[in-house]
Design a protein around this ligand. Structure first.
Ligand code: GLU
Length: 451
């Protein structure tokens, strides 16, 4: 029998830091979860004995590989690719692929770790994984992107499969990249199977998948507000990012009667005091998806808007904030600015966009704060539904999937309230998401014994 002399959280985190030197994002993600889990398992001997959290915080495997490709000028380029398979206790590994210059092992390990909790929260049978490369698609031609995607898949295909690991998109990976990768997988294996999600409708994609992350983040926000007998109508929202998540969050926010006043990219943000309505959102979608332009061009097109170079939108006055760009894009000072300016709720469309210090500001101010692993889970949830449709060789219609997304987000919100309700009307959504996400994975792992 193991000794039940529990390691405390400080010792646990010391070990995580020692085993993952320099992996700051991964350590940050584990730290954020560990606090709540240690509290939850304090009186639950079985989780301690089985070392469950220690095991979830050690990826099942990290595959790293060389990706060679030739650019349009016939230069040979070498990138690194990864797939982090974090945990498959409750289903095949599932999570996106990110192509961005900032990608490294730490970033992908944090994302795969977060994904494990997020996927569990959806209630669907999906484990957690993430992959990507430090390839930067910005400024690359379509043929360069195609050659890179083909080369990337030529190694990745050995590690994935519809019952093993099902990647999808993430930053820098959208419909175009998924198409190139799916085509290469099919060519190598001679199998048409649901090995990737986020596919186009013509070849097995799901209705609502492009919209799901952004719409879901707004539904989560609506659920938080409704829980306090409030709503979105008439409120002003600040949104960061201008990709798939941000534009669809802006779309749903506008549909529900909110007014969106900002969008951003890595060059800066635009502030449009008139509100970014559906026509303007369509213009941004076209700018980003087809013309592959920069958000600064918005201010040239719409004269009342201003572009703030090199800045982030968190100092703009608002009721609601949706960080939909990337990790650590909202720090302590910016969180304070939001709270001071009267922001009452934050719903994260991105993964871990708020720093640990920033999260503390939201907690101390007791505003509604929906962490990414709960608020942006709509995307992967509809990916799960895409897997089901592929397996059954059917496709459901838009209305059905829209209803399912709404229900899934309600379910996730409900689980957060179940485990995060602190009384007096305050819900700690981080705690709720962490505990609910953990419990399902942990109980499955207990059933398997020591594996
Ligand atoms: N990359 C998205 C996420 O962070 C979607 C993953 C998926 O659909 O598998 O959840």
């Amino acid at each position: 029998m193991a000794v039940s002399d529990h390691v405390d959280i400080e010792k646990f985190m010391e070990g995580v830091k020692k085993r993952n030197p320099g992996q700051t994002e991964f350590i940050q993600a584990v730290q954020e979860v560990a606090q709540d889990i240690f509290e939850f398992i304090d009186d639950k001997e079985e989780y301690h004995e089985a070392q469950i959290l220690r095991r979830i915080a050690e990826p099942d495997r990290v595959v790293s590989f060389r990706v060679c490709w030739e650019d349009d000028n016939h230069n040979i380029r070498v990138q690194r690719g990864w797939r982090v398979q974090n945990n498959n206790a409750i289903g095949p590994y599932k999570g996106g692929i990110r192509f961005h210059s900032s990608v490294n092992e730490s970033v992908l390990k944090f994302l795969a770790f977060e994904q494990t909790f997020k996927n569990s929260l959806t209630g669907l049978p999906m484990g957690g994984g993430k992959g990507g490369s430090n390839f930067n698609p910005k400024g690359k031609s379509d043929s360069e992107v195609m050659r890179f995607c083909q080369s990337f898949m030529t190694e990745l295909y050995r590690h994935i499969g519809p019952d093993t690991d099902v990647p999808a998109g993430d930053i820098g990976v959208g419909g175009r990249e998924i198409g190139y990768m799916f085509g290469q997988y099919k060519r190598i294996t001679n199998r048409w199977e649901g090995v990737l999600t986020g596919k186009a409708i013509e070849y097995g994609g799901s209705q609502m998948r492009p919209e799901a992350t952004g719409y879901g983040a707004v539904y989560f926000l609506r659920n938080m507000l409704n829980h306090k007998d409030d709503g979105i109508e008439g409120k002003t929202a600040v949104i960061s990012g201008s990709g798939n998540v941000a534009t669809h969050a802006a779309e749903m926010m506008t549909k529900l009667g909110g007014k969106v006043v900002t969008l951003s990219d890595s060059d800066g943000f635009i502030h449009d005091p008139d509100g970014i309505d559906q026509d303007k959102i369509d213009w941004v979608k076209d700018l980003k998806n087809n013309r592959r332009g920069r958000i600064s061009e918005y201010a040239d097109e719409f004269s009342n808007a201003t572009f703030y170079e090199g800045e982030r939108p968190w100092h703009v006055e608002c009721d609601l904030a949706l960080p939909c760009a990337t990790q650590n894009e909202l720090n302590e000072d910016e969180a304070k600015a939001l709270v001071d300016n009267g922001c009452i709720a934050v719903s994260e469309g991105a993964n871990m966009p708020t720093t640990l210090d920033g999260v503390k500001v939201f907690h101390d101010a007791k505003i509604m704060y929906g962490p990414g692993k709960a608020a942006n889970a709509g995307g992967v949830a509809v990916s799960g539904l895409e897997m089901s449709q592929n397996a059954e060789r059917i496709s459901w219609n838009q209305d059905r999937l829209g209803d399912m997304l709404t229900e899934l987000m309600e379910g996730i919100h409900g689980k957060c309230v179940e485990y995060g309700d602190q009384g007096e009307g305050y819900v700690d959504y981080v705690k709720g998401a962490n505990i609910a996400g953990f419990k399902k994975v942990a109980d499955a792992m207990l059933a398997f014994g020591v594996v």
